[in-house]
Design a binder for this molecule. Sequence first.
Ligand code: 4AD
Ligand code: MG
Length: 431
Amino acid sequence: MKWVYIEDVGEHVGEDIEVRGWVYSKRSSGRVRFLIVRDGTGLLQATAYSKEKDNPIFKAFDSLTLESSVIIRGRIKEEKRAPGGYELELSEIIPVQIARDYPITPKEHGVGFLMAHRHLWLRSSKQVAIMKIRHEIIRAIRDFFDVEKKFTLIDAPILTPAACEGTTTLFETDYFDEKAYLSQSGQLYMEAAAMAHGKVYCFGPTFRAEKSKTRRHLMEFWMVEPEVAYFKLDDDIALAEELVEFVVQRVIDRKRPQLEKLERDISALEKVKRPFEKISYDEAIEILRKEGFDIKWGDEIGGDEETVLSRKFEKPLILHRFPAAQKAFYMEPDPERPELSLSFDMLAPEGYGEIIGGSERISDYDLLLKRIRENNLPEEAFKWYLDLRKYGSVPHSGFGLGVERTVAWIAGVKHVRETIPFPRLLYKIYP
Ligand code: 4AD
Ligand code: MG
């Protein structure tokens, strides 16, 4: 008998097929038995009807418990009232393994309990919907760079000899006789690659030993980082806008059932069309002061401030030209106001906050060396990076988009811990 995935049963109406999955729920009503099976691609209702109590299908049905693995066989027919619109008329139930006392029940569980059972929680229908959306987001990002924009994918190393985004959030490890650090960002390597290929991106896990326990922070997260030679700040911002519009519209197009499962307000996502809102750091400080924040020029725009700013606009918000002093060492200063950096963040709307950070990079050798020294960074480790400013240096720009924060926003999930299969959180590395 043909093994068919539930998402494809519509192509087999009238045929006898086999579905392999797990028990989602079951119920009896008089002489009818209803079994709902999930297989990772959807839910399928299977029914058996008999006048005899000791019918072997009923016996097998009775032995099944929540999350038992099971193979079912029978004929597929259309059934408007069943989930997905099809139903299987059972001819056989083959239990594979009977699950005893599955710990996650339909009752409410605390998040601590669910996180400790993340390996099982992943099976729950909302968690399945989130991971399907995450997959689509990643696929859309790759399609954008590979197909639409013809970028070259360059993989950055994970073990690195120096910091990229500040020395306070480094995970350190022994590397024979030296120290190495888990990568905070592939950016510096992408700068080298952009001088070889023009337009490149990397896409991989990055690590921050951040002692923060907020809904936006993970210790291990995935980031896509494009870098383009000859790009100025405005080109960089335009690329980020195009990427985010592309990704959001793709998810609406291809993952509507999953968005609906999560009760996401799709009309809010439909508004994500270019041009996005743009305000300078100076203007943001003004707005925040009017909102009653005790904030002055030069202060960091933190999580609470981002939440307020990103609730004011329906589209993503570009904040640009942050004070150089609060940004990374590699950022190009604004020629008109050197106290500013040619940098930007993109904040997702509806209070989700920063999803992208980017900038133009310093292209002058002497200025970069000065910045490396001012920041007390090990000059030896950055010799290769300085070389890029000696041999055909050009203006160049790039940005990093955090996948989990983007998933949280698009899927409408409050906390990033549900947007990655196995989150690494402050002091928590199980399972
Ligand atoms: O703003 P960040 O630190 O920028 C960089 O790392 C640059 N080197 C990127 C570049 O220009 N190539 O990080 C970029 C994005 C943030 O906007 C956020 O979405 C995500 O990475 N991010 C985190 N996501 C989850 N948990 C954390 N601890 C994160 N830190 C940053
Ligand atoms: Mg940032």
